[in-house]
Design a protein around this ligand. Structure first.
Ligand code: NAP
Length: 311
């Protein structure tokens, strides 16, 4: 790790709700905090049209608004942030050295709030048609499909949220789920079932995406009937979950088979002074409010840890 090393009390890796909440609390508790984000501060929720289950907003709030307000609040207490990607963390006595794609930072505590990356579906044609009709962001790409039929793959909250959002544009939204039962919340299921533009294809898998230059059709296999059929669609939104972005922690902290970080009740990993929060940690319930809570827990725990180092 070469170059000048800047020093902070707490370095936070990842600027989603978990990381921002940790940064807000860490700064509010009087620490010098740096937040590292590789893409966009806010993470997944930046594109959320309306978040209706975050406490305190009975009429819902736009993801981008919630992010902007939380970032502002953290900055008010002194949080610094920079767009860099953490590539490795090294422990040297009481110091935790975070190497990014550009610089190295020294911290007494590190909070990993790295979230996850979209899981690929693995269907034939998925990679070939990425950006040519295949997407995983309805807010970003939905408007390309005005009065056109689209498919959404997945049975979780994201698939139903995205599917419902797409009904504003598309002529028809076919939600394809591999099991007979959806994983999404009852509220979203009821809304989807009550929307005349939504068709639910359960016990079905998307086998192939086809077209000439851009998506024109998909081949769907009905697992019960053991038969396949072609469905004409102009777009395919894959919403089949996330993989934790924790590869850079391999060999440093314990990871489970899926790459999630096991933590104790203080969000501490197997290494003292290194915490993991939000989707990156094992057994997260994956909600925005729980991510915020994780961040707060880790920041308070880091505060106590840092106080112990000082005494
Ligand atoms: P998720 O809950 O993990 O659901 C992923 C879905 O994709 C599941 O239905 C899964 O099927 C399916 N799937 C996974 N791999 C697949 C494959 N290879 N082929 C076909 N289908 C596959 O992910 P998510 O929906 O993105 O949600 C992530 C977290 O964010 C959750 O905790 C969720 O509650 C939260 N979230 C909340 C909201 C909200 O509150 N409004 C909105 C979005 C997300 P199985 O069901 O068969 O496993």
């Amino acid at each position: 790790m070469g170059g000048t090393v800047k020093r902070y009390d707490i370095v936070i890796v990842g600027g989603g709700m978990a990381g921002l909440s940790a940064a807000l609390y860490g700064s509010w508790l009087g620490h010098r905090v740096l937040l590292l984000e590789r893409e966009v501060i806010g993470g997944e929720i930046i594109n959320a049209d309306k978040i209706e289950n975050f406490p305190g907003f009975p009429d819902g709030i736009q993801g981008a608004d919630l992010v902007a307000q939380t970032e502002l609040q953290a900055m008010k207490f002194g949080m610094e942030s920079t767009y860099q990607e953490a590539r490795a963390i090294r422990v040297s006595g009481e110091n935790r050295l975070v190497q990014t794609n550009e610089e190295a930072y020294e911290a007494k505590a590190v909070i990993v709030a790295a979230g996850g990356a979209h899981r690929a579906l693995g269907a034939k044609g998925e990679a070939e048609f990425e950006g040519k009709g295949v997407s995983h962001c309805a807010t970003c790409d939905g408007a390309f499909f005005v009065e056109k039929p689209v498919a959404v793959v997945g049975g979780g909250d994201t698939a139903l949220d995205e599917g419902l959002f797409l009904t504003q544009f598309a002529s028809k939204v076919t939600i394809i789920h591999r099991r007979g039962r959806l994983r999404a919340s009852e509220t979203l299921q009821e809304r989807a079932r009550g929307n005349p533009k939504i068709d639910l294809l359960l016990d079905s898998v998307l086998e192939e995406i086809t077209g000439k230059g851009c998506v024109e059709a998909i081949r769907v296999h009905d697992l019960k009937a053991q038969s396949s059929s072609l469905v004409a669609v102009a777009g395919v939104f894959t919403c089949v979950g996330f993989e934790p972005s924790t590869a850079f922690l391999k060999g440093l902290v314990e990871l489970d088979a899926m790459g999630h970080v096991p933590v104790d009740l203080n969000m501490q990993t197997s290494v003292p002074g290194i915490y993991a929060v939000g989707y990156a940690r094992k057994s997260s319930v994956g909600q925005l409010a729980s991510a915020a809570g994780d961040g707060v827990t880790a920041a308070v725990a880091a505060h106590r840890y840092l106080s112990g180092l000082k005494s």
